[in-house]
Design a protein around this ligand. Structure first.
Ligand SMILES: Cc1ncc(COP(=O)(O)O)c(C=O)c1O
Length: 405
């Protein structure tokens, strides 16, 4: 086989469809978020980042940086092993206590990333629970889908955020069988929010375990940043709350929280937890500092929501089409992969604004978008500049379309 030709033709296909991914070479500047240095063949220049998942700017918070510096000075660089063989650092233990407390659960378990936590925890639960059937929301993230797939358990996909469909599908399974309902609180691309309480009602009625991914909600919602489940006062109804340390907490890693026995079970059987080097102690220390800060301070959450509302108002006033939702994610709908990339390029090249285009398979074809994530650190001037730039580009597209017709 001509392997190189195979790789080449697959990549040509991506180019042809307009969804070949080009990474933007950024150098983040401590103390300067949302500004970053962009390196390109054309030179080096400062840009405003409008698509970061460092939702609250905690990646530069002094208490987080201080904790990481201190941990490096005390412990050095890496963890030195897997959790079982010399790699459980005291910072990991403290972080797990912090996380269990965040979600008011008995225990927590940290993983290399949010992706790995979903893949390993769902894969282990679904494969080890005898005869388990997994009920997965059709909008679930790739990490959950992969975990469920790798478990080889029977899988039923229920309609997005639809407790009635879940109820119907659960009703078709023998009552005594193990069942696991996996879903998210805030869906990252549309920014819509699950009816968690109704899904819990249905799951409870059928004796199913519940597994909630709060990756896009932890740190951001609830009085202490425990996510949508905390805001709704229903964290206790979920058997597993999963999250990331890499988005609002702005460091790196993932985790699950749940009962002592459930976490011990995953700790004892999950290959993706057992057979890998644990997180560097400084990462664990930084994440714990970030969580601690956001448990005590709601100032970042309040300012975040205010900025999101302001961006939305300004976009609406400029008639830029967005998808409505009740979260912090502002999807500007372009609905064409080539145009979406072209708009993103213009924003960067002409206006010094960075928003990555989002294409298939991250979103369905025909729903390509610019996913804008305002932060507490974007100023009024940043917002005005973004909306002016988009208005200029939109006017130009309209004129181009008119000229072509
Ligand atoms: C819903 C959801 N779950 C899990 C993950 C993975 O988390 P991490 O980036 O920490 O691997 C992501 C995205 O990154 C996500 O969007």
């Amino acid at each position: 086989m001509d392997y190189e030709a195979f790789f080449g033709s697959a990549l040509t296909g991506l180019h042809r469809e307009g969804r070949y991914r080009v990474f933007t070479d950024l150098e983040r500047q401590a103390g300067r978020f949302p500004y970053a240095t962009h390196h390109s063949p054309g030179g080096v220049r400062e840009v405003t980042v409008w698509c970061s998942n460092d939702y609250l700017g905690m990646g530069q918070h002094p208490s987080v940086l201080r904790a990481m510096h201190e941990a490096i000075d005390r412990c050095g660089a890496g963890a030195g092993g897997t959790r079982n063989i010399s790699g459980t650092n005291h910072y990991h233990v403290l972080l797990e206590q912090e996380l269990a407390d965040l979600h008011d659960k008995e225990a927590a378990l940290i993983f290399s990333s949010g992706y790995v936590s979903n893949w390993a925890a769902l894969g282990t639960l679904a494969s080890k629970l005898p005869g388990c059937v997994v009920f997965s929301d059709e909008g679930n993230h790739a990490s959950m889908i992969e975990g469920i797939r790798s478990s080889r358990a029977e899988r039923q996909i229920f309609r997005h955020n639809d407790p009635e469909d879940l109820n119907r599908k659960l009703g078709l399974i023998e009552p005594g069988r193990a069942k696991l309902v996996a879903f998210e609180s805030v869906y990252s691309m549309d920014g819509d929010i699950a009816p968690i309480d109704e899904i819990c009602d249905v799951a409870e009625a059928h004796g199913a375990l519940t597994y909630l991914d709060e990756v896009h909600a932890v740190g951001l919602y609830g009085a202490r940043g425990g996510g949508i489940s905390e805001r709704m006062g229903i964290a206790h109804r979920l058997n597993v709350i999963e999250g990331t340390l890499g988005k609002a907490f702005a460091v790196h890693g993932g985790y699950i929280t749940g009962s002592e026995q459930l976490c011990d079970f995953v700790r004892s059987f999950a290959s993706g937890f057992i057979f890998t080097t644990s997180l560097p102690p400084a990462v664990a220390a930084g994440a714990a500092a970030s969580i601690r800060h956001l448990k005590a301070s709601s100032a970042e959450r309040a300012r975040h929501q205010e900025r999101v509302a302001r961006v939305r108002q300004a976009l609406d006033a400029a008639a830029i089409p967005t998808l409505a939702n009740h979260s912090h994610i502002v999807p500007v709908m372009v609905c064409d992969p080539v145009l979406c990339k072209a708009i993103s390029d213009s924003l960067l090249d002409e206006f010094g604004i960075y928003v990555q285009p989002i294409n298939y398979p991250t979103v369905p074809r025909g729903t390509e978008r610019l996913r804008i994530t305002p932060s507490p650190l974007h100023s009024n001037a940043d917002i005005d500049h973004l909306v002016d730039a988009l208005s200029t580009i939109w006017r130009r597209i309209g004129l181009n379309k008119a000229a072509a017709e």
